[in-house]
Design a protein around this ligand. Structure first.
Ligand code: HEM
Length: 449
C-alpha cells in the first residue's frame, strides 16, 4: 500500500469457472495458484459421485468470484485450503446458520479427523491459530467460562465509555485527511480505516499513545503473516506474547480503568477466572479479531455508499439511520470472508451433502450473506426486515463479542466522514483485495474531496 497517491498495479481479471458437474477431460492439469480448479475426488459420502474440489486462493484478485465458484457446487462445496487441507465450504445462508447454532457442530480441533489421523503437516500455518486457548476454538463449558470472563469485563458501559475517545480519534483523523487531500487522492484505508480501530483497541487496553506505534507494527506484521516463514511466524508470536505479558505486568503493578485491569480483577483460573495463557490469548484475540475486521467493514461500507449515491443521500438526509447503513454494509460486503473450521460431531446431512463426523467445515460468512436464494444481492439500507438475519458477526454461541464496539465505531466514523465531506468521491477503482481468506477488503481505496 502506498500513501503517495499511486495506484497499485492493475491485475489481470480473474475468469471464474464452473467447478462442479462431470469432469471435463479437455481441462488441463492445473496448479494451485492458477485460480482454476484441480479435479480430485471430494470425500462425498452421499453416493461417491466425482466432484471437483475448489482450491481456495488467498491471492485471488476477486474473492466474490471465488465464492460464486464455490456456490455453483451447492450450499456446501468441496474445497481445499492452501497447504492441501480438505474442507467443506459452507456458503449457503441456511446451512451456515445451522452450523453456527446446532450443537452437533463443534469448534475444538480435537474433533478434526484429519488432524487426529496425522494428515495435517505440523508446520501448516493455520495450526497455531486453531490450537490457541481461545474462545473461537472452545466448546461447551470451556467456551462459556471464557465468554463469562469477557462479559464481566467488556461490559456495555465499558464500550459506551469509549465514545469520547472514538469521536476524538475520528475528528483528528479527518483533520489529517482534509490536509492530505489538498495534495491529491488519499487512501481511506491507510489514513482512516486502519488507525481508528487500532487507537480504539489501545484505548480499551489502556495503552498510552506513545506505545501505540509498537503495537501497530506488531499487528501489521501479524496481518501479513502469510508471507512469513514458519520460523519468522514463531518469532513473531513470541514477540507478541512478550509485548502483551509486559502490558499485563504493568497493569498488575498499577491498575487502571481499562479492560486488562478488569480481566485481571476477574481472578485467575483457580477461582473461575483466566489462566495466564488464556489471558494473553484473549488479549491477542481482541487485537486480531477487532482490528482488520473493523477497518475492512469501514472501507467496504464507505465504498458501497460511494457507488450507491442514492443510499448515501438517504443517510445524509436522515431518511435512514447510520445504524441501518452499518448493518447493510456488513451484510452486503462482509469484511470477514471465512473462518476455519467447525466439525460435525456425528455423521449427518447438510445442504445435500453426507458429512462424516470430524470433517472440516469452512464458515463462509461473506458468501452466506449474499445467498441468491434470498433474492438479488443489492446494497439497500431500507430492506432489513425483508431479509434473513445477516451473519457477518456470526450467530449462536460464538456470536462476535466485539459487535457493539464495532457498530459504535462504524456508526461514528461513517456519519462523520460523509457529514464532513458530503462531496467525497472515488478517485479510481479499489485496490486488489488484501491477500487473505479470512479478511475481505481492498488493500487501498483512494478518494478525493
Ligand atoms: C466489523 C467488525 C467485526 C466483524 C465483521 C466481526 C466478525 C466476527 C465473526 C464473523 C466472528 C465469528 C463468529 C463465529 O465463529 O461464529 C467473530 C468472533 C469474535 N469477535 Fe468479531 N468482528 C468484528 C469486530 C470485533 C471487535 C471490535 C472485537 C473485539 C474488540 C471482536 C472480537 C471477537 C471475538 C473475541 C470473537 C470470538 C467469539 C467467540 O468465539 O465466542 N470482533 N467476529
Amino acid at each position: 500500500m502506498d500513501n503517495a497517491g499511486r495506484w497499485p498495479l492493475a491485475r489481470k481479471r480473474h475468469q471464474p469457472r464452473t467447478a462442479c458437474g462431470p469432469p471435463d477431460p479437455r481441462r488441463p492439469a492445473i496448479t494451485l495458484w492458477d485460480h482454476r480448479v484441480t479435479r480430485c475426488r471430494a470425500d462425498d459420502h452421499s453416493g461417491g459421485t466425482m466432484t471437483e474440489r475448489i482450491l481456495l486462493d488467498p491471492r485471488t484478485p476477486d474473492l466474490r468470484a471465488q465464492a460464486e465458484q464455490l456456490r455453483r457446487c451447492g450450499p456446501v462445496a468441496p474445497a481445499e485450503w492452501p497447504g492441501g487441507v480438505h474442507c467443506w465450504a459452507v456458503v449457503g445462508h441456511a446451512e451456515l446458520e445451522t452450523v453456527l447454532t446446532d450443537p452437533r457442530f463443534a469448534r475444538s480441533p480435537t474433533h478434526w479427523r484429519a488432524l487426529r489421523d496425522g494428515e495435517i503437516a505440523a508446520d501448516w500455518p493455520m495450526l497455531a491459530h486453531l490450537r490457541r486457548t481461545w474462545m473461537l476454538t472452545a466448546d461447551g463449558a470451556d467456551h462459556r467460562r471464557l465468554r463469562h470472563a469477557v462479559a464481566a469485563a467488556f461490559t456495555p458501559r465499558r464500550v459506551e465509555g469509549l465514545t469520547p475517545a472514538i469521536t476524538a480519534t475520528v475528528e483528528a483523523l479527518l483533520d489529517d485527511l482534509e490536509a492530505a487531500a489538498q495534495d491529491g487522492p488519499v487512501d481511506l484505508r491507510a489514513a482512516y480505516a486502519l488507525p481508528l480501530p487500532l487507537n480504539t483497541l489501545c484505548a480499551l487496553f489502556g495503552i498510552p499513545p506513545g506505545d501505540r506505534p509498537e503495537v501497530a507494527a506488531l499487528v501489521g506484521r501479524a496481518l501479513s503473516r502469510a508471507a512469513l516463514t514458519p520460523e519468522e511466524s514463531a518469532a513473531l508470536t513470541r514477540e507478541i506474547n512478550t509485548c502483551l505479558a509486559d502490558l499485563v505486568r504493568s497493569r498488575s503493578a498499577a491498575p487502571g480503568d481499562d479492560l486488562v485491569t478488569d480481566l485481571l480483577r476477574g481472578g485467575t483460573d483457580g477461582d473461575g477466572g483466566l489462566s495466564e495463557v488464556e489471558l494473553l490469548d484473549m488479549l491477542w484475540l481482541f487485537l486480531g479479531a477487532g482490528f482488520e475486521t473493523t477497518a475492512g467493514a469501514l472501507v467496504n461500507t464507505a465504498h458501497a455508499l460511494l457507488v450507491h449515491p442514492r443510499e448515501l443521500d438517504r443517510a445524509l438526509g436522515g431518511r435512514v439511520g447510520w445504524d441501518a447503513v452499518v448493518e447493510e454494509g456488513i451484510r452486503y460486503d462482509s469484511s470477514v470472508y471465512a473462518l476455519p473450521f467447525a466439525y460435525p460431531t456425528e455423521d449427518l446431512e447438510l445442504g445435500g451433502r453426507a458429512l462424516r463426523a470430524g470433517d472440516a467445515l469452512l464458515l463462509c460468512f461473506a458468501a452466506a450473506n449474499r445467498d441468491p436464494r434470498h433474492g438479488e444481492v443489492r446494497f439497500e439500507t431500507g430492506r432489513a426486515g425483508a431479509r434473513p438475519r445477516q451473519l457477518g458477526f456470526g450467530q449462536g454461541p460464538h456470536f462476535c463479542v466485539g459487535a457493539p464496539l464495532a457498530r459504535l465505531q462504524l456508526r461514528i466514523a461513517l456519519a462523520r466522514l460523509f457529514e464532513r465531506f458530503p462531496g467525497l468521491r472515488l478517485a479510481g477503482p479499489p485496490g486488489p483485495p488484501v491477500p487473505s481468506l479470512i479478511a475481505s477488503t481492498p488493500s487501498a481505496l483512494y478518494v478525493s474531496r
